[in-house]
Ligand binder design. Structure first.
Ligand code: AMP
Length: 367
């Protein structure tokens, strides 16, 4: 590549930062993470600045990197302001501010020409009036900020339920979304370099359990891929993306895709790209952020992923996973806690039929 060894700074030191760092090393890229948790997963494979995100010395160190990216969008805005003008932060502040606020994100998606579920912004008691009727009688109330993996959400189907759901969420700014009768959930990542060149990840099908991603699947020739790429490219261009972002979609029975939400980074659904052959989503984010050469990254083989999530009184059948051909285990070095993402298993096979059969087996091995 170049004689200069690039240095990437990452805000956040969780498993996504860990896997970004693991992908960066063979590209000749050094990684430093700023992360307040002393036991953060990325500490094992990157220089760990153990300090709050707002720490001046920590931010000075990140400002000395070639570029800064993030694995976690809920960093305080003042952090991004403090880095502005000192080092390229990719994606940049306006895009990050938008993607950590559901209402702003949905408005910006619609402005960019993408369709979303019907929604009403709830900020005051008065906004509750008639809101459910406007989104179609059944809805999901979501906090505008700090919600993830189904947290900060509540399903509602009448006015009294909406009122109590808003009370329970602490009467904070929320978005009421219409309940979408989707046929499938899919996701697709897009990267855009500082020169504006676009590259895309594969179309991935996702299955959630209790609001948390359980399984992702990649098969060649997905009928939704062209539409998802078009929407992702359009949004990336309109928002001036530099770096990588992942769009989650609802696939309607008529074939149309609605954007559910956007993560300004690699995404749990893209972990299967680590083992499907070729470039992974992690390589792609590192490359896009540092302005290194980048092309579409799509697995060369059918592949899938199953998340390992802490479950009360149950552990995965580790020996069974190892004995199943084509599996590869990825653990995050995190302390066990119920409901916490602790790792994932990728599964690769030569053909679709084998993938589906082995995936069913794999799912029985992971509670
Ligand atoms: P989110 O945190 O918005 O990604 O939501 C987590 C999961 O809840 C999604 O992946 C869907 O399975 C489900 N969900 C969220 N919003 C809606 C909606 N408007 N209609 C139907 N299901 C939804």
């Amino acid at each position: 590549m170049t004689s200069h060894s690039p240095h990437l700074g990452i805000l956040g030191g969780g498993q996504l930062a860990q896997m970004l760092a693991l992908a960066a090393l063979p590209l000749g890229v050094r990684v430093t993470v700023l992360e307040p948790d002393i036991l953060a997963p990325a500490r094992l494979c990157a220089t760990h600045l153990h300090a709050p995100y707002t720490d001046a010395a920590g931010l000075d160190a990140l400002a000395g990197c070639d570029a800064v990216t993030l694995e976690f969008e809920n960093v305080p805005v003042e952090v991004l302001t403090a880095l502005e003008g000192r080092v390229p932060v990719r994606p940049e502040r306006a895009l990050l501010e938008r993607s950590k606020h559901r209402a702003h994100e949905k408005e910006a998606l619609q402005e960019a020409g993408a369709r979303t579920a019907p929604f009403v912004v709830i900020e005051t008691e008065a906004n509750l009036d008639g809101a459910l009727e406007r989104v179609g009688r059944q809805g999901i109330l979501k906090t505008s900020e700090l919600g993830y993996d189904g947290k900060g959400q509540s399903r509602v189907s009448d006015a009294a339920g909406l009122q109590s759901a808003w009370d329970e969420l602490g009467r904070v700014p929320c978005v009421l979304e219409g309940l979408v009768q989707f046929e499938r959930e899919v996701s697709l990542a897009v990267a855009r370099g500082p020169d504006g060149a676009l590259a895309f990840g594969p179309l991935i099908e996702n299955v959630h359990r209790n609001g948390i991603l359980r399984t992702s699947l990649f098969l060649e020739g997905d009928p939704h891929e062209a539409q998802a790429r078009e929407i992702a490219g359009q949004v990336a261009g309109a928002w001036g993306l530099e770096g990588l972002m992942t769009l989650e979609f609802f696939g309607l029975p008529e074939g149309e895709l609605l954007v559910n939400e956007v993560a300004p980074r690699v995404h749990n659904s893209g972990h299967l790209t680590q083992d499907g052959g070729g470039v992974s989503q992690f390589d792609a984010q590192v490359r896009a952020v540092l302005g290194l050469p980048l092309a579409d990254w799509r697995p060369l083989h059918p592949c899938a992923m199953v998340n390992i999530i802490g479950a009360e009184g149950k552990t995965p059948d580790w020996a069974g996973i190892d004995a199943l051909p084509g599996t590869r285990l990825h653990l995050y070095h995190k302390a066990w806690r119920a409901g916490r993402k602790l790792g994932h298993v990728n599964l690769v096979t030569a053909d679709e039929q084998t993938l589906r059969a082995r995936l069913s087996q794999l799912e029985t091995l992971i509670p």
